[in-house]
Design a protein around this ligand. Structure first.
Ligand code: 16G
Ligand code: ZN
Length: 546
């Protein structure tokens, strides 16, 4: 470990005093100008985590996702690509807050952590770091790297600008793959494009039968999706990337991107729809770090229709269910869908009542959904906002491989389904929700089923819903239970909400404190647009006045 004097000099260069940090839904996220201290301590913490995990490489992503350009944040990625182990969130918070107090407090806390976690600070280890396209990224990276220097035995690999899922993927591959395989963006593109190639072979297409418009939120997903799709002839002239101005810092997520489209339920800037209806036209929006995607289209009447995370979860559930049936595997494989309270009531109904698939509800945030999804052989998890993926158990992958090895004599339909299942385990980025890989996977399902976006949408009808944000003096007073569907405090507020909900048809509403912004979120759905809007506004008033 670095000597006290040198560490102190680094601390003084990067840390400021007097701010209290808390660990949010997915790491620390604040205005970029108050993040230097927490970046420095995250460098230290990521180092500790790598050393604690026998020197495996730990990933760090500097991003504030869909948030405005002046924000930034940081998340820590485990060696297999998951979010930081939750029991370590308190260490991350404590270290940041001690550093925000004084050097002495930081040094004491660090020493205690090393001791209680029994960390050998002399061993080697590794950190993989990347950032999104924000202006504050390089400065925060510098503070982060200074923190990592607390342990001179650690190697840092700086990947520059990546999407969040690329960093998750490369972190996981760094730990999984032999030394002689170069862990770079090429590896990422090859992985998903080679799976995609099998899809085009199976479906026998030479040109994509869709007119695909991508809104890249003026974030890093723009150049990356172009780098990916331009490698394949099948996409030639079939897609267009809008809002690809990733070097214009102020444009990031502004009036565009997945969050804008989902929240406002309308087209983003830069995506226009033609005069005449085109059944093959499909649009999608990424968020700023490309770990979310939502699709949408305009129906023959010209009305905007959103195909969000719930629609993706149900599409995958239906598709995999069909493949499991036709390959004769449905009895051996447990498939489930994991959602949050934001999932539209109609989607859960469709899954349970129409498809007969089991549905679990967890708190918001990938760490919660992922954790629950890995309990299934095929665990499909999506937040309504478009963040999600599918995870496949190793038992399922082994079963597939052994069936594929022995079943080549069985019916062509069954063999084809086994092959498709196997391709999808490789087409989907299982480490985390990934706009690029999710986009390919959705297109692949539509191709195989020969569905248009409208056909996909017609499986069920969403209940009209509204999400609003209420700024309150202290959002920490809002405590929830039952996977965030009910409030425990402030006292009596839940009863008041329930009383309001009972006045509307098919209605549901819940309130939770945001984990990424200083605000409280109110969700409402009901049988009609007017009712959903009115209920959200009424519950919002209750929150404001409590
Ligand atoms: C973070 C989460 C996202 C969640 C959102 C909720 C990850 C990687 N990201 O962006 O899944 O939907 O926070 O934000 O977990 P909120 O707490 O402000 O509503
Ligand atoms: Zn994101």
């Amino acid at each position: 470990m670095l000597d006290g004097e040198t560490l102190k000099a680094l601390y003084e260069k990067h840390c400021k005093h007097g701010f209290k940090y808390s660990y949010g839904t997915a790491g620390f996220r604040y205005k970029a100008d108050i993040l230097d201290t927490v970046m420095f301590t995250t460098g230290v913490l990521a180092g500790l985590r790598s050393l604690h995990l026998s020197g495996q490489t730990v990933g760090v992503m500097i991003t504030a996702s869909h948030n405005p350009p002046e924000d930034n944040g940081v998340k820590i990625v485990e060696p297999r690509g998951e979010m930081l182990e939750q029991s370590w969130e308190k260490h991350a918070t404590q270290l940041a807050n001690c550093a925000s107090e004084s050097y002495a407090s930081f040094a004491t806390n660090l020493e205690e952590l090393v001791k209680t976690l029994k960390i050998d600070t002399n061993r080697s280890g590794g950190i993989a770091v990347a950032r999104d396209s924000r202006e504050s990224g390089p400065r925060l990276l510098e503070a982060f790297e200074a923190g990592v220097q607390a342990f001179p035995t650690l190697r840092i690999r700086d990947y520059g600008i990546l999407t969040t899922p690329q960093l998750h993927f490369l972190t996981s591959k760094t730990n999984e793959f032999p030394q002689n395989v170069e862990k770079d963006e090429k590896l990422y593109y090859n992985e998903f494009l080679s799976a995609w190639d099998e899809i085009t072979t199976i479906s026998g297409i030479e040109a994509l039968p869709f007119e695909l418009k991508i809104d890249a939120a003026n974030g890093i997903g723009g150049p990356k999706i172009s780098a990916m799709l331009s490698q394949r002839q099948v996409f030639k002239n079939a897609y267009e990337v809008s809002n690809a101005d990733w070097q214009n810092y102020a444009a990031l997520n502004y009036c565009c991107g997945a969050d804008f489209v989902k929240t406002n339920q309308k087209l983003p800037h830069g995506i226009a729809v033609g005069e005449t209806f085109n059944a093959r036209r499909i649009n999608c929006s990424f968020d700023g770090d490309a770990d979310r995607i939502v699709f949408y289209y305009n129906d023959p009447q010209g009305q905007f229709k959103l195909l969000d995370g719930d629609k993706m979860a149900t599409l995958f559930a239906k598709f995999f269910q069909q493949l499991l049936r036709s390959s004769g595997l449905q009895k051996d494989v447990e498939m489930g869908v994991v959602q949050t309270a934001y999932a539209n009531g109609s989607s859960a109904n469709y899954l349970e009542q129409v498809l007969g698939v089991s549905v679990k509800c967890t708190s918001t945030g990938v760490k919660h959904l992922h954790h629950e999804a890995v309990k299934f052989d095929i665990g499909i998890y999506f937040e309504a906002n478009g963040h999600g993926t599918v995870v496949f158990s190793s038992k399922f992958v082994e079963l597939l491989n052994s069936k594929l090895a022995t079943d080549s004599q069985s019916s062509p339909e069954s063999y084809n389904s086994l092959k498709l299942l196997s391709v999808f385990t490789r087409l989907i980025n299982q480490t985390v929700g990934d706009a690029l890989s999710d986009m390919l996977a959705v297109l692949a399902v539509l191709l195989v089923l020969q569905w248009t976006p409208q056909k996909w949408d017609e499986e069920y009808t969403d209940l009209p819903n509204r999400l609003i944000k209420v700024v309150v003096p202290d959002r920490t007073l809002f405590k929830t239970t039952n996977a965030e569907r009910q409030l425990e405090s402030p006292a009596n507020l839940q009863q008041e909400i329930d009383a309001l909900v009972s006045k509307y048809d098919n209605a549901r509403s819940f309130v939770r404190a945001s984990g990424t912004e200083d605000a409280v979120r109110v969700y409402a759905e009901a049988a009609s647009r007017e009712q959903a809007d009115e209920l959200a506004a009424m519950v919002g008033k209750l929150v404001e006045n409590c």
